[in-house]
Each structure stands twice: as C-alpha cells, then as structure tokens.
Design a binder for this molecule. Structure first.
Ligand SMILES: [Zn+2]
Ligand SMILES: [Zn+2]
Length: 220
C-alpha cells in the first residue's frame, strides 16, 4: 500500500504558490473571503493551499467559536473547499475582523511511503478493522523500535488514497451534481500552536468533484 504523506517542511512565505498550511489564500480575481454559514456568520479561517495537478485546493474552516459551528459536517457551512485553476491566482484581501489567518505558514513536502500488509501483524479475525494505509504510514513515520511513537506530529496529512476509517454514510455528495465526491486529502491539525487548526482533535478530510469544481471538508 502506498501513501503520499504530507510532511512539515519548515516555514514558507505567506503568499507562496507552494503546498502549505496557513498564510494568505491565493484565488482568482474577484474572489471574496468565505463567511461561515453555520452559526457565527463570521469569516472562515484559511487552513491550506494544496496544488493538485493543474488546480489548487483551498481549504477554509470556521474557528471563530470552537465547538459552536459544525466544522465536522460537510454540509454545515462552517467549512469550505475551493478547487481553483492554477493560473492567475492572487492573494485575497483579508477581512479586518474574525479569526482568519494562522499565526504561522508551514511548507509541506510530500513523501511516498510503502507499507507492506504483512508488516501489520494481520489476524484473520473478522471483527478487527482492516489495516488502514494512512494510519500505518503516519504511525510509522520516522519510528524507531525503541520509541513508543515516531515523529507523527511532522505528518500534516496525505494526498489521494482513501479516507482513513471514515464511515460510508459520512462520504459527502457533490453540492452541484449530487454525485459521489473523490477523496483528495487528509489534513491534520498541525505541528505547533502557531500552525495548528482546532479540529477538536480530529482528522480533517478533503473531497472534490472535479467535473463541478466543487470541494468539501469534514472531520472524523
Ligand atoms: Zn462559524
Ligand atoms: Zn459534482
């Protein structure tokens, strides 16, 4: 099983067109900052800029009143994912109020990890969960036999593959065509308080419908 991990790679310029969390969103001209449609009505916080092929995923999550707005629900309006064509992107004007930007901008590099299923101490017990590719890759990142944990905090998520331990009934439908959305990325909260989103300790999931250029976000 191959997993493309996203690994923390130091700081990045706030408006760079590289994979990053934090900084300022880049969007086509005329784009306006998304507002929370759940409860608070304030501006969403910009989370991540993720170039994928000829497009960019741009992820926003409400952080104005943690726990009040349903950031875990793809249909709540408390989060937003855009799929922008990767050309003529420019920094978006930041609203003057609300929780809009992370204190730190974190560069992301990708690293492909291959985990062999036999590494995972498989049993034939039907009650046991199938080994999960992302979970195995993340927990094995820089792990040494004498350590309890590896350097899991360096793992900021993964690109592609399949959603980790997500119930089928949580898979979002495209808001435009109602079709099944394609899984695009996992996003972890972050490596430090300056760079971290508050996802209630949960893993973030990003989905796209490429035909409609729509995205969706939810958490575990
Ligand atoms: Zn909100
Ligand atoms: Zn669609």
């Amino acid at each position: 099983m191959q997993t493309t991990l996203m690994i923390y790679d130091g700081t990045a310029p706030a408006d760079s067109d590289v994979s990053r969390t934090g900084g300022v969103p880049l969007a086509p001209a005329g784009f306006t900052w998304p507002m929370c449609g759940c409860f608070c009505g304030g501006p969403l916080q910009f989370f991540a800029h993720l170039p994928v092929e000829d497009a960019v995923l741009s992820v926003f999550v409400c952080q104005n009143d943690p726990g009040a707005c349903a950031v875990w629900d793809a249909a709540s309006g408390a989060n937003r994912v855009y799929l922008f064509p990767r050309s003529e992107l420019q920094p978006v004007a930041v609203p003057g109020t609300g929780v809009t930007l992370l204190p730190a901008t974190s560069a992301i590099r990708t690293h492909v990890v291959t985990v062999q299923p036999e590494d995972t101490n498989d049993h034939d017990d039907e009650d046991e969960l199938e080994p999960d590719a992302y979970d195995l890759a993340r927990s094995g990142w820089k792990w040494e036999p004498e350590e309890r944990f590896g350097k899991q905090r360096e793992v900021l998520g993964s690109l592609g593959g399949s959603p980790s331990y997500l119930e089928d009934d949580r898979l979002p439908a495209c808001p435009s065509c109602a079709g099944t959305m394609e899984f695009a990325a996992h996003l972890e909260e972050g490596i430090s308080w300056e760079s971290a989103m508050n996802l209630g300790g949960q893993l973030g999931y990003v989905f796209v419908c490429r035909a409609c250029r729509k995205g969706a976000f939810l958490t575990d």
